[in-house]
Design a protein around this ligand. Structure first.
Ligand SMILES: [Zn+2]
Ligand SMILES: [Zn+2]
Length: 308
């Protein structure tokens, strides 16, 4: 309870930046979660060749970057309970994990391929003279995502966050310890920030800022609820969601290639893209959960993703 009150008090101070990208749009055994950050990331991980327990772990950490505490729903493996500290939306690290910016291409992993869609989102801030964190251009260290990528791919790298502490994780009520570079847990946190970089991109483009505000529409929190799915191919928000899905799959593949060379994946990239497109087309959140869960259970059965 005191934790909640502390979070609320901090939220008043940081209100402009305090909200989830890819909103917690569904609920189930795990409580509230984002259909993208949890069940869909889990399905993409299975499609990218991850063993069920690994796919579950990556997706749990992806969702826990928003939720803090979260219990798995038991779909693929016995439910784990995770508590992640240091990535919260209502903390000094909010902009770093939830409004990260990208360079032209990943700093680790698939470094030879540009990100899907717009590459460099630091460019959207380059003309800003304001020095508030919300408007400040990317710093000398480069885009926030580059730091997260180096950490998620390399066991030697320690993550430097704005508050100076790396995220700490407790599993099943055990002692919390620092999330180490190169781990599945670090990968899950990276995927969260990568996905949010797309979810907040339309607002960054309109406002050259990292915040939530009533206007323009793409900066309103409701954008995450009404603007990101099901609107057909011309809608900006749905287009960014599709790019986020492809970026997630590519990063999962690149991490698997780096850590477990030769591991086979049920999906190639065109298959992943079809499944992403089909997921994004579903306007109803519970329909997205059912779709993602069916793929996670039976990745070879991609009929629901449509034909080539
Ligand atoms: Zn948001
Ligand atoms: Zn977030």
């Amino acid at each position: 309870m005191s934790r909640t009150m502390t979070a609320c008090a901090t939220a008043v101070l940081l209100a402009p930046t305090a909200a989830a990208a890819f909103a917690e749009d569904a609920s189930g055994k795990s409580g509230k979660f984002s259909t993208f950050h949890y069940p869909f990331v889990r399905a993409l991980a299975v499609g990218a060749g991850y063993a069920p327990a690994d796919a579950e772990r990556v997706a749990l950490l992806c969702q826990a970057t928003d939720s803090g505490e979260l219990r798995g729903d038991g779909l693929l493996s016995p439910p784990l309970r995770v508590a992640l500290d240091g990535t919260g939306r209502f903390t000094k690290n909010s902009l770093f994990f939830h409004f990260a910016r990208r360079g032209a291409a990943p700093a680790a992993g698939a470094t030879d391929r540009p990100y899907p869609g717009r590459g460099d989102t630091c460019a959207l801030f380059r003309g800003n003279r304001a020095v508030t964190p919300v408007r400040a251009p990317c710093g000398a260290d480069g885009p926030e995502l580059a730091a997260l990528e180096r950490w998620a791919f390399d066991a030697q790298v320690r993550l430097a966050t704005p508050d100076g502490r790396a995220p700490a994780l407790s599993v099943d009520g055990g002692q919390a310890s620092e999330v180490v570079g190169g781990s599945l847990d670090a990968l899950g946190i990276l995927l969260h920030a990568l996905e949010d970089s797309y979810s907040h991109e339309t607002c960054m483009e309109a406002a050259h800022a990292r915040l939530h505000a009533p206007a323009p529409r793409s900066c309103a929190f409701t954008w995450h609820v009404t603007g990101e799915y099901g609107e057909g191919k011309s809608a900006t928000g749905a287009a960014r969601t599709r790019e986020a899905g492809l970026a997630t799959f590519r990063t999962l593949r690149a991490w698997a290639d780096a850590k477990r060379p030769g591991a086979r994946a049920p999906w190639d990239e065109p298959t992943a893209q079809r499944c992403v497109d089909a997921f994004v087309r579903l306007a109803d959140a519970q329909a997205r959960v059912r779709f993602a869960d069916a793929l996670a259970r039976s990745p070879a059965d991609t009929i629901a993703c449509g034909s080539r």
